[in-house]
Design a protein around this ligand. Structure first.
Ligand SMILES: C[S@@+](CC[C@H](N)C(=O)[O-])C[C@H]1O[C@@H](n2cnc3c(N)ncnc32)[C@H](O)[C@@H]1O
Length: 286
């Protein structure tokens, strides 16, 4: 697929859909609980004896999780200079990230290098350039669904790890609601953006990030919240216009009966994630 036509990076309506989803899903809160539990210990190991620490974020979006990660690293090593490189294809979300950094005074000492491009183009650029910047900590949070070649992408970023470095991948758990929805409605949902809804079949150190959110409103056709959630979950601008009545009914049935559980008359969608820690010393083959 030619890079110019690739639409995986969020702009305009997909930014809005994503922001609506973040407000209603508790996803960032769940990710941050995991990050706060796991990373302080990992950072101690990664940063031991180092005189500078270099971080790379891939597909960082608006940077809400990145700023927390960078703050944790700074608290672990207050005297060690930290740099941050960001590879993100959406200029709109990168502008939000820059604004967030500007509002976060504790991060003003960190020099940011913004690579506003697809991960695939960053990879090409790095390979073409002789001197490669390497990193102590890298993260790819909810982005692996969009890259062209999963194994090659992980191999490439893994090759950029410094001694004792670590790559953290956060992705949907196998068999969670998204996995079930996108595997069942492959033909209707897959597009040039998401060609494969990837869940964590990779074998490394894996931590669960339990999460679920209320999708009861999705079953009320006059609910705006329900429609916005359905739009994000199916990656469409208009759920009701994008599918035939039969497919819509099938998706709604699947969401209620295969992707969710019911409690107190409400329907909770299983949106669990996995946090995969890939170390510089490979524990198993990619
Ligand atoms: C689901 S969002 C996750 C954003 C952020 N990591 C978070 O969890 O809030 C996916 C992000 O990946 C970016 N993206 C998609 N495809 C990409 C690619 N090939 N290279 C770099 N970024 C990409 C999108 O623009 C978007 O910001």
């Amino acid at each position: 697929m030619a890079t110019e036509t690739k639409q995986s990076c969020y702009e305009r309506s997909s930014v809005q859909r994503f922001q609506f989803y973040l407000k209603h899903s508790g996803e960032h809160e769940a990710i941050l609980r995991c990050v706060h539990n796991i990373l302080p210990g990992e950072f101690k190991r990664i940063g031991a004896g180092k005189s500078s620490l270099d971080v790379l974020g891939v597909g960082s979006g608006g940077g809400e999780v990145d700023v927390q990660i960078l703050s944790l690293l700074q608290s672990a090593f207050p005297a060690v200079p930290v740099t941050a490189d960001i590879v993100e294809g959406s200029s709109e979300l990168t502008d939000n990230f820059k604004a967030l950094v500007a509002r976060t005074t504790s991060l003003h000492k960190i020099p940011f290098t913004w690579h506003i491009m697809h991960s695939e183009d960053y990879e090409k650029q790095v390979k073409a350039k002789g001197d490669v910047k390497k990193f102590d900590f890298m993260h790819m949070i909810q982005v692996l669904y969009y890259v062209d070649d999963l194994a090659e992408t992980i191999r490439f970023y893994h090759s950029l790890l410094k001694n004792n470095g670590m790559l953290m991948i956060i992705t949907e758990t196998a068999n969670c609601g998204f996995d079930t929805l996108w595997k069942t409605y492959k033909k209707e949902l897959y597009n040039d953006t998401i060609t494969e809804y990837r869940s964590s079949g990779l074998k490394y150190e894996v931590h669960d990030i339990p999460n679920s959110f209320d999708i009861t409103q999705c079953f009320n056709p006059s609910s705006e919240t329900g429609e916005c959630l359905l739009n994000f979950m199916t990656a469409k601008d208009n759920f009701y216009q994008s599918f035939s009545p039969e497919i819509r009914a099938g998706i709604l049935d699947l969401l209620r009966n295969k992707c969710s559980s019911e409690k107190d008359g409400k329907v909770f969608f299983n949106a669990s994630l996995s946090c995969i820690l890939v170390y510089e010393e490979v524990h198993s083959a990619i």
